[in-house]
Ligand binder design. Structure first.
Ligand code: SF4
Ligand code: SF4
Length: 339
């Protein structure tokens, strides 16, 4: 069922929904960008349509609602462990099609990657519902079409498009029909907007020979990449974390355990006991990241991890392009095949 309503009516509906849900959406944070006098679009809780950043692509992904940058899992004393309290109110998350596809990758890793489901992710996941934001045009560095993540047909409770000042919604979850009927001026079939063409294109090799590990294609990144890890923190599909124990006392027996977001591009990520380090330079780390995004995940789950959102390219201080790295990988694989 589809509905069209004014922004004022949608606000009234959000107000009613807010008694059941918190609403988490991209917000333009004025003056909080990386450079002076620049803005950044990151997720936050909102109450009204005008707070939702509709025009720009979010610089950061929705994933922090499921996997916060730093999350206290439990507290411990000498003889007791207590799980940290959680806000269990349900959340409506506004996100675009590429991020809906990224959610599937997050679920793959945290819920379907072995016998055990990740307990803490699972707890949060049950309380999170998704609102699909349409895309009326492609954004800088997006290559979602080539990655097949430009359109989403299910998995959302309703969609959200602003067209000529009105909200157009395709309601997928029947439990929302009553509230939409109450506030919408018009019922009409609605298809969420999606892009069919990007400026940026990638070609991903089907098979990758083992010799790619020794290729000099990675050398450029040894000096160019500064290992800041920004690309991982903005990526909607990166899932790595590390553990931190914070001790409140000198005896080291009272404190809390936190799960903290980690980056495969940052020095120390592959350190192991005895002083070993599996990937020592930025070339090796870039090789791992690129192959993880467009090869390893496919071997495990049947499709690539990268959804082509382009955020890693947008945020990189060294202008390292993920799409260019994928295309360079493809070219190198073709050359290796002909050797
Ligand atoms: S384009 Fe970059 S940020 Fe986006 S999913 Fe792919 S690797 Fe992650
Ligand atoms: S954002 Fe750029 S410079 Fe920083 S780790 Fe990623 S690729 Fe390297």
């Amino acid at each position: 069922m589809g509905y069209i309503m004014s922004q004022e009516s949608f606000d009234a509906m959000l107000d009613e929904l807010s008694s059941t849900y918190r609403i988490w959406a991209p917000v333009n944070k004025v003056g909080e960008g990386r450079h002076t006098d620049t803005d950044v679009v990151r997720y936050d809780f909102v109450s009204w349509v005008k707070e939702i950043e509709w025009e720009k692509k979010s610089d950061y992904a929705f994933k922090e609602i499921l996997t916060p940058l730093s999350q206290t899992l439990f507290f411990f004393t000498e003889d007791e462990v207590k799980e940290a309290n959680r806000d269990v109110k349900d959340v409506l998350v506004f996100l675009r099609s590429c991020d809906m596809h990224a959610l599937k990758r997050q679920d793959d890793i945290y819920l379907h990657n072995g016998k055990e489901r990740d307990y803490f992710y699972d707890q949060m996941r049950q309380h999170v519902h998704f609102v699909l934001m349409g895309c009326s045009h492609s954004y800088q560095e997006c290559f979602c079409v080539d990655m097949g993540s430009n359109q989403t047909k299910d998995g959302y409770v309703f969609s959200f498009d602003i067209i000529d000042g009105n909200i157009h919604s395709d309601v997928k979850d029947e439990t929302f029909n009553n509230v939409f009927k109450k506030y919408a001026g018009q019922e009409k079939d609605v298809t969420p907007q999606y892009v069919t063409e990007n400026d940026v294109h990638v070609t991903i090799p089907n098979e990758i020979p083992l010799s790619i590990y020794k290729s000099d294609m990675w050398d450029e990144y040894k000096t160019r990449c500064i290992g800041c890890g920004r690309c991982n923190f903005v990526c909607p599909t990166c899932t790595c974390y590390t553990m931190q124990d914070i001790y409140y006392t000198d005896n080291g027996k009272v404190g809390e355990r936190r799960r903290v977001c980690a980056s495969c591009m940052v020095d120390g990520y592959t350190n192991v006991a005895g002083g070993g380090q599996y990937r020592r330079d930025q070339g090796e780390r870039m090789r791992f990241k690129v192959l993880h995004k467009v090869y390893d995940h496919r071997q495990r789950f049947g499709y690539d991890m990268c959804v082509g959102c382009g955020r890693c390219t947008n945020v990189c201080p060294e202008y390292i392009s993920m799409a260019a790295a994928i295309n360079k990988l493809n070219k190198t694989v073709e050359e290796l095949k002909n050797e």
